[in-house]
Ligand binder design. Structure first.
Ligand code: GLA
Length: 385
């Protein structure tokens, strides 16, 4: 793969690449849609991700090319940029724009990207390319930005340049991931710890529903707004900053302040999911994978019924998992509205699991899912050329 990329770089730019970087994608094990509510989440970086070959140039041009998409961009270096259309290069361009806004100096660049993450599948291809670009430019121009500040910058790009009100989980996970560890991240304080993710006889399986996430950005922003509205109503009585500052008992006592059934459901998901993350962290520390799996199923149920971000395809996958003997837990992962599910499946039954699920899914949905195992990996890094 590296050789092919280098060859492409030479063909496209007629020069040698100077640096090679990789940033993973992520799955979230549990703690969905609570990062923007000040909650705790538990993502981990995966082995699929985005690669970048890059060289500086002297002609003050930013050249963006990607093996996955035909669209390219050549832009004169200027003091700021704005989003143009929906093309992929808006993500790295947003990072360049933010670095310039913060007063960092950069020169012209020739960049070739390649991703092996399925796009729009909820595995954070956008956070991956954002953090990758910020990390690479930080190294190339010795900008001295810490990893944590790279995370914050990449989130700002997504919020302000791209226009999605996402939380910080994805950018954090792809920057800070650690091999064989889950990250327990407090999204309010950004305090975090690594938890052992030891799956023993089981393995983490990713199931791409192959349902493209249609309308996901507007629906996502709608959930964000709904949570803000529920919080405002609860604040009439409670002295809290985020929905996740409310524990289940005090939510029970005060839920009548949210006098809107939809907002009440959203808030109930958030409050209960935050508790599930705490329980899941204990389960991992005790090595109780079965309990962890049960919490995954409960999380999915809540995302389906209360938060309403699942869908027929993801529910079909999770229903299958529940009935399959060698699977102890499954749930949708990421924003939802299509995209991927994750499952804990007995290692020796993986082939059977994949074959049976594929038939089951095709019969009900009409096309096949994509099923693969993934290692839990380190965050963004520079690779040897
Ligand atoms: C997307 C967002 C994250 C998070 C998840 C849902 O991946 O980018 O910030 O909100 O959805 O948990």
């Amino acid at each position: 793969m590296k050789d092919k990329l280098i060859k492409e770089f030479r063909n496209r730019f007629h020069k040698e690449p100077e640096h090679f970087f990789f940033c993973p994608g992520r799955v979230n094990l549990i703690g969905e849609h609570i990062d923007y509510n000040g909650g705790r989440v538990m993502p981990c970086a995966i082995s699929l991700g985005t690669y970048l070959l890059v060289s500086k140039n002297m002609d003050k041009k930013l050249r963006f090319e990607c093996l996955n998409f035909p669209e390219t961009a050549v832009l004169q270096l200027q003091t700021s940029y704005s989003k143009t259309g929906k093309e992929w290069f808006n993500y790295p361009l947003g990072v360049v724009n933010e670095l310039l806004n913060e007063g960092h100096g950069i020169s012209g660049l020739d960049m070739l990207f390649y991703g092996d993450l399925p796009v729009a599948a909820g595995l954070s291809s956008s956070a991956s390319i954002e953090v990758l670009t910020a990390f690479a430019l930080n190294e190339l121009f010795a900008l001295d930005i810490s990893r944590k500040n790279i995370v914050i910058l990449a989130k700002k790009v997504e919020n302000e340049f791209i226009g999605v009100s996402c939380g910080i989980m994805d950018q954090f996970a792809v920057a800070m991931g650690k091999r064989e560890k889950a990250i327990l991240l407090n999204c309010d304080t950004l305090e975090y710890e690594y938890l052992p993710f030891e799956t023993g006889n089981y393995m983490l399986v990713i199931i791409n529903s192959n349902k493209q996430r249609s309308l996901s950005e507007s629906k996502y922003n709608e959930r964000f707004t709904e949570c803000g509205a529920a919080l405002k109503l609860l604040k009439q009585e409670l002295d809290v900053q985020h929905l996740c500052d409310i524990d289940p008992a005090s939510f029970e006592l005060n839920r009548h302040f949210v006098n809107d059934p939809v907002l009440e459901k959203r808030a109930l998901h958030v409050v209960s999911e935050n508790t599930r993350v705490k329980d899941a962290a204990v389960a991992l520390q005790l090595g109780d994978l079965e309990l962890f799996g049960k919490l995954m199923y409960l999380s999915h149920q809540s995302l389906k019924d209360l938060y309403e971000v699942s869908g027929h395809e993801l529910d079909t996958i999770v229903d299958f998992c529940k009935a399959y003997k060698g699977c102890i837990g499954a749930r949708m992962t990421g924003a939802g509205f299509g995209g991927c599910a994750i499952a804990l499946v007995e290692k020796q039954r993986l082939d059977d699991f994949s074959a049976t699920l594929s038939v089951f899914y095709k019969e009900r949905i009409g096309y096949l899912p994509e099923i693969f195992g993934s290692a839990i990996s380190d965050g963004v890094s520079e690779l040897k050329l």
